[in-house]
Design a protein around this ligand. Structure first.
Ligand code: GRF
Length: 204
């Protein structure tokens, strides 16, 4: 049984979808802890499933590195097999990525390498494109540059704003995330040798 820690910053709708999937008999992974960089509303989803939570409020630390060191202590205490970033709106310090790579994956509301970073939905709208997407990637030292594990196109419709487009992307993200976690748990995906490296990933 693969053990998973999920890190969030917001409402956690993608986390909720993973919790619902993991509650199904036969799902090969279970969420053992949910952490946040603030008092995130999404922690309530973990409470609903009696799953432990922790918060390491970014604003209480003088530097990103000090925040990262406490986050690292929390993660090492729970020792999950996999860390899922699902709406964590923070870049992880190198110390955290180095300690856990490649066992950290991230969901992103764009068709990477298109529109990386914190505003993928807004950037797709600004670009005037008629399609964007959702991606699940391995977290590496870059910003959304890790190997792509799964991605799918999502249409941008006339009249879309950031909210309507993001709400069309999220169900795709959730389905991809659940499938990727399942495939990691069954060994179908080997994070140490992902099948399709992200073309923008820095060459080794
Ligand atoms: C998701 O689209 C995630 O990819 C992005 O922020 C959103 C989080 O949504 N980084 P939620 O908190 O899971 O509802």
């Amino acid at each position: 049984m693969l053990t998973v820690a999920v890190l969030i910053s917001g409402g956690g709708s993608n986390l909720r979808a993973l919790l619902d999937a993991a509650a199904e008999p036969g799902f090969p992974a279970r969420v053992v802890v949910v952490g946040a960089d603030r008092a995130a509303d999404g922690l309530a989803h973990a409470d609903a499933f009696n799953i432990p939570t922790f918060a390491v409020p970014f604003r209480e630390y003088a530097t990103r590195e000090e925040w990262g060191d406490e986050l690292l202590r929390q993660l090492e205490a729970w020792a999950p097999d996999l860390i899922v970033l699902s709406g964590l709106m923070r870049l992880l310090p190198a110390a955290v990525v180095d300690a856990w790579a490649p066992c950290i994956i991230n969901t992103h509301p764009a068709y990477l390498p298109e529109f990386p970073g914190a505003h993928g939905v807004r950037d797709a709208l600004a670009a005037g494109t008629d399609r964007t997407g959702a991606s699940v990637i391995v977290v590496d030292a870059g910003v959304d540059t890790g190997p792509i594990l799964a991605q799918e196109r999502v249409p941008v419709l006339p009249g879309d704003d950031e909210t309507t487009l993001h709400e069309r992307i999220k169900p795709v993200e959730r389905r991809l995330l659940i499938d990727v976690v399942r495939r990691i748990a069954t060994g179908d995906i080997d994070l140490a040798a992902p099948a399709s490296p992200n073309p923008t990933a820095p060459t080794a």
